[in-house]
Design a protein around this ligand. Sequence first.
Ligand SMILES: Cc1cc2nc3c(=O)[nH]c(=O)nc-3n(C[C@H](O)[C@H](O)[C@H](O)COP(=O)(O)OP(=O)(O)OC[C@H]3O[C@@H](n4cnc5c(N)ncnc54)[C@H](O)[C@@H]3O)c2cc1C
Length: 204
Amino acid sequence: MICGTGAYTTGFWPGLEKTFSTLGVAVMATQPIGDNPRRVIAPSNTTVVDSRADAMIYKYNKEGRLVTSAFIEGRRGGDIAFTKAMMRDKLTWVLPQLTEVDWQYYWVGALDMQPRTIPRLFDLAPGVIASLGYSGRGVPTGTMMGTVLAEWAMGTRPEDLAVPLEPLRAAPLYMSFAPRLFLAWSRIRDQRLARAGGANPPPF
Ligand SMILES: Cc1cc2nc3c(=O)[nH]c(=O)nc-3n(C[C@H](O)[C@H](O)[C@H](O)COP(=O)(O)OP(=O)(O)OC[C@H]3O[C@@H](n4cnc5c(N)ncnc54)[C@H](O)[C@@H]3O)c2cc1C
């Protein structure tokens, strides 16, 4: 049996829900973006990562809406009006060519975070494993892990799997606060670096 219950793991297997910490994420999508802005904003239709410490990732969906996200922290995420305004300012700071941002979709969820942001395989009992800790990257990583899980199910020896089987172990205590502290520090660092470079600091 393979347990793949992600951030929504409850107490069905003692201790499993303690192997990760959760971080909320809010995702939002703009109105469909017109042809003119699309000529200069992500014109190759790729996913773009603005790699400041408080990273911003955006991409078009099939309707031509720009989709981006923010980690939930304090008012960020929980207060929807505040978050929409903050993310509108942030998006237009990164993309000054964008003159209008109307967040027409907004949804939230939880991520199961691991210190190294690499998913882990826990050996729960003979014939029972858990694959958790995709740390917000489950779409590509989960696809890769599917192969590893299939190999385990087909009888591949644990030592031959690409990801090691580990005993159940609780996440370190610092995981309960470190991701949020990192986010706060990231924003301060981004503001400081922008000012040092003579640029307007990010409006968030
Ligand atoms: C809002 C949001 C946006 C995201 N965007 C991206 C992105 O752009 N790219 C990316 O790579 N990743 C993204 N992620 C992360 C990605 O969705 C996760 O990493 C991935 O879904 C984890 O896969 P999983 O199979 O481990 O868990 P999940 O997809 O969470 O699936 C776990 C399933 O187990 C079920 N379950 C829980 N408990 C039980 C039980 N006791 N019995 C039976 N079933 C149970 C749950 O209902 C759920 O269906 C995003 C996550 C969120 C929340």
